[in-house]
Design a binder for this molecule. Sequence first.
Ligand code: NAD
Length: 322
Amino acid sequence: MFIVPEKEIAGLISAEESFDAVEAVFAAMAAGDAYNFPVVREAIGHEDALYGFKGGFDRSGLVLGVKAGGYWPNNLERRGIINHQSTVFLFDPDTGRVEAMVGGNLLTALRTAAASSVSIKHLARPDAKVLGMVGAGHQSHFQLRAAVRQRDFEKVVAWNYHPEMLPKLGETAAELGLPFETVSLEQLGAQADVIITITSAFSPSLMDAHVKPGTHIACMGTDTKGKQEVEAALVARATVFTDEIAQSISIGEAQHAVGAGLKAEGDITQIGEVINGTHPGRSSDEDVTLFDGTGVGLQDLAVAARAVDLAREKGIAVEVEV
Ligand code: NAD
C-alpha cells in the first residue's frame, strides 16, 4: 500500500485538481455510478471527541474507501495540533486489499472549497462581479481562493459574527489581487452576486430580505442537525441544489425549510444533474440559486485518490508491504 502523509498534501494537489475530482464525482453520483455509505458519527466518551466514518464507492472511477476521523476539541490547547483530524483509506475494489492511507486534514478543506466552486461554475450568473463572504474562519480562506477561479470577480465584501477575524480574510483577498470591504449583511446582500456562507452558526445570519434577485448562494457551514446559516424563507425562495439530497434535508441547510414545510424534498436537485446536463440549473438572471454543500465521503475519496496518483507520479508516496 502507499502512504501519503499529511505534510505532503500541500505541495501535491492544487485547487484545480481538487475541483476536477469533485466535479467528476458529483456527476457520477447523479448518474447513479457512485454512492455514499451511511455516515457513522459517535461521541466516544473520551477527550470530548466526536469520531466517525464517511465512506462510499465510485464505480465509474473505481474508488472505494473511507474517511475516518473527527473533532478533538482539546488538541490545539493541550497538544498544539489542530482539532479536526482525519485520514482517508482507499481499497482495491477488485480485491478488497488496502491500497492507500492518505492524510485527510488539508484534503477536507480543499474538497469543501471545490464543492462551492463547482456550484459557482454551474449556477452563478456568468457576469457575477462581487463575491460576498459570510464567515472568516479556517475554511473561509480555502473557499475564497477556490471561488475566485470561477468568475471575473472585481471585489470581495465580507461579514463575520466575530469581526476581529475579518482582516485575515482581507489578507487572502489581497494575495488574490482583489479589493476587500467589510460590510453589514444588508450591504453584503445588496452588492454580492455570489455569496458563500461558511460558519458554525446554529441560527441564521443571512436573511431572505438581504439577498437580491439573481444571486447564487453556496451554504457550506451547515453539516449537522441544528446548524443554520440562512433564513428558511431564503431557502424557500431559492432554487435549491445539493451534493446529496438525503443529507441536505437531514443535516444540511435545507433541513429547516423542509422541516417547516416551506420546501419539499422533491424540490431539491443534485448538482451532478446540472453537471451532466439533465437539469438546466439556473432558470433566469433573476433566479436565486442556492447550493447546500453538506459534505459527502465521496468528495474525500475523490481528492485522496488524485493525491495518491500525484504522489506516485512524483515519487513521494511511501510504499509499504501489508
Ligand atoms: P472555524 O471555527 O475556523 O470558524 C467558524 C466560523 O463561524 C467563524 O467565521 C466564526 O466567526 C463563525 N461563527 C461562530 N459562531 C457563530 C454564530 N453564532 N453566528 C455566526 N457565525 C458564527 O470553522 P471552519 O473550519 O471555518 O468551519 C466552518 C464550518 O464549516 C463549520 O460548521 C464546519 O463544521 C463546516 N464544514 C463543512 C464542511 C462541508 O463539507 N460542508 C466541511 C468542513 C467544515
